[in-house]
Design a protein around this ligand. Structure first.
Ligand SMILES: [Zn+2]
Ligand SMILES: [Zn+2]
Length: 186
């Protein structure tokens, strides 16, 4: 089964009682899992239509593809609806939102200040100057580190302004090229 909020394949929880989306850190309630399996995996019944306009972005638990969201939430391939379960998914199933900030192409050691990364990020995305980011290295290992986002000033001002990302307490050996920086957004 696929996560209705991001489309990733879901996996059994450690105790085996239900399923979870690892990316979203979201565990399905036992009732939610049963409902989704009945409708999208076993195809034993269809979801009740609720009859109002829906919003948001949804993925089909049966095939993982994006669903069509209007006066229902429907998979164009399986043609099943999610409608009756949307409310519970919104209210009782928070899904962590993560965004990939950048992929490291080069890094420079600055004495006493950590590593400055290439590329930077567009200045418009630099909403906070200090962030907690997760490193995902090419070998699959992870680490959480502090990042400083610093807008660099240049004269004349370039059309598109970039911010520099600097990591504290990290050495080049900790940060192979190709490492991804991920940011939690909720
Ligand atoms: Zn998910
Ligand atoms: Zn589908």
């Amino acid at each position: 089964m696929f996560c209705p909020k991001c489309g990733d394949a879901m996996t059994a929880t450690r105790d085996g009682t239900t399923l979870e989306c690892v990316r979203g850190n979201m565990e399905l309630s036992v009732a939610m899992r049963a409902g989704l399996v009945e409708i999208f995996v076993e195809r034993r019944r269809s979801a009740k239509r609720v009859g109002h306009r829906f919003g948001g972005e949804w993925f089909c638990p049966g095939c993982g593809g994006p669903m069509i969201v209007d006066d229902g939430v429907q998979c164009p391939r399986c043609s099943e609806h999610l409608d009756e379960l949307v409310y519970q998914l919104v209210e009782l199933h928070p899904h962590r939102v993560r965004r990939r900030l950048l992929v490291v192409e080069e890094r420079f050691e600055i004495a006493g200040r950590g590593l400055v990364l290439m590329p930077g990020v567009p200045a418009g995305e630099a909403t906070r100057s200090e962030l907690s980011v997760e490193l995902l290295r090419p070998d699959g290992t992870t680490a959480v580190v502090r990042a400083h986002v610093e807008i660099t000033f240049a004269v004349p001002l370039p059309k598109e302004r970039w911010a520099t990302v600097r990591l504290e307490g990290v050495t080049k050996a900790d940060l192979p090229i190709g490492t991804e920086l991920w940011l939690d957004e909720g």
